[in-house]
Ligand binder design. Structure first.
Ligand SMILES: NC(=O)c1ccc[n+]([C@@H]2O[C@H](COP(=O)([O-])OP(=O)(O)OC[C@H]3O[C@@H](n4cnc5c(N)ncnc54)[C@H](OP(=O)(O)O)[C@@H]3O)[C@@H](O)[C@H]2O)c1
Length: 271
């Protein structure tokens, strides 16, 4: 489905680069052109095996899929650049947090738009991307966008009304988990484990636990029970986490990030 397609990535920053690296890593034979703002970024994009330009219109010309991966506040300027240069059947994929498909359609006309919320582990093929479609996107458009993000991790489809919530959970989520890993590793150092080994223990424990949930399909509470021996040491650790309000803290983190995503609707820079 993807082989031989022409892909434009408008804004090859953290997430555009993660997508590009992930596609290369998966061996997907797509012809990619990436655009950036600063001329000094061009070499970085070329080093990823893509053609590079500072012209968004040039990047989009003749592309089968145009991925918009600039910051939400830069989106109005980029949509202005692309107006008249992107036409159906080209598919527009926007990954910008808080930018509705209707905003992209309003600027570009009746083009198929799929909105995606990916995350940075896409760079390793371990991403989580949630997709929703705009008014003019059909099943084939959604399937093409999904094929793209399936190559860099797992995908799910939800209603557009949930995209801000997805941003607060899986879009921002890697940052929360890095904080957990960092803290567990620090704790290991506190109880005498060398830092490098402690980081390995913490990260592999997070990875293994996530795989248990995903691959065994068991509820996390039941998996927790399997680790918690009566009167053992795990229950003492869990008591500390409950006292420290870990659950409600994580819950509030997702709620706050969701609310923030809602407030990211694009305005012109400087406005
Ligand atoms: N980072 C994440 O974890 C994550 C996760 C999910 C979704 N997203 C979404 O992905 C989008 C990009 O975020 P990011 O973290 O990747 O941002 P970023 O690292 O700051 O990258 C933005 C890129 O856009 C380029 N750019 C800026 N102005 C431009 C213009 N007028 N025309 C063309 N390119 C332009 C920049 O070029 P230069 O390199 O030359 O400065 C840079 O490469 C955001 O909308 C965000 O909501 C991010």
């Amino acid at each position: 489905m993807l082989e031989g397609k022409r892909l434009a990535i408008v804004g090859v920053g953290t997430i555009g680069e993660a997508l590009l690296r992930g596609l290369r890593r998966a061996g997907v034979a797509v012809d990619v052109v990436g655009s950036v703002r600063h001329p000094e970024s061009l070499a970085r994009v070329e080093a990823l095996g893509a053609r590079a330009t500072c012209s968004n219109a040039e990047a989009a010309a003749g592309a089968d899929v145009v991925v918009l991966a600039v910051k939400p506040q830069v989106m109005p300027r980029v949509l202005d650049d692309l107006a008249g240069h992107v036409r159906a059947p080209a598919l527009v994929v926007t990954v910008a947090a808080g930018v509705p498909t209707a905003r992209v359609e309003e600027a570009l006309g009746q083009v198929p738009v799929v909105r995606v919320m990916p995350n940075t582990p896409s760079v390793l093929g371990a991403g989580m991307s949630v997709l929703c479609r705009g008014r003019f996107a059909g099943d084939a458009d959604l399937a093409l966008a999904r094929a793209l993000f399936d190559r860099v991790g797992r995908t799910a489809v939800l209603d557009e009304g949930l995209m801000d919530a997805v941003t607060g959970l899986s879009g921002s989520g890697p940052a929360y988990i890095y904080l957990v890993i960092e803290s567990l590793a620090e704790a290991g150092v506190k109880v005498g484990i060398p830092r490098e080994t402690s980081t390995l223990l913490a990260a592999q424990t997070v990875l293994g636990s996530a795989r248990m949930v995903l691959e065994l399909g068991k509820h996390p509470a039941l998996l927790k029970d399997d680790v918690t021996t009566p009167a053992g040491c795990t229950v003492d650790g869990l008591m500390e986490l409950e006292e420290g309000k870990l659950r409600v803290t994580l819950l509030k983190a997702v709620v706050r990030a969701t609310e923030r995503a809602r407030g990211l609707a694009p305005r012109r820079e400087g406005a």
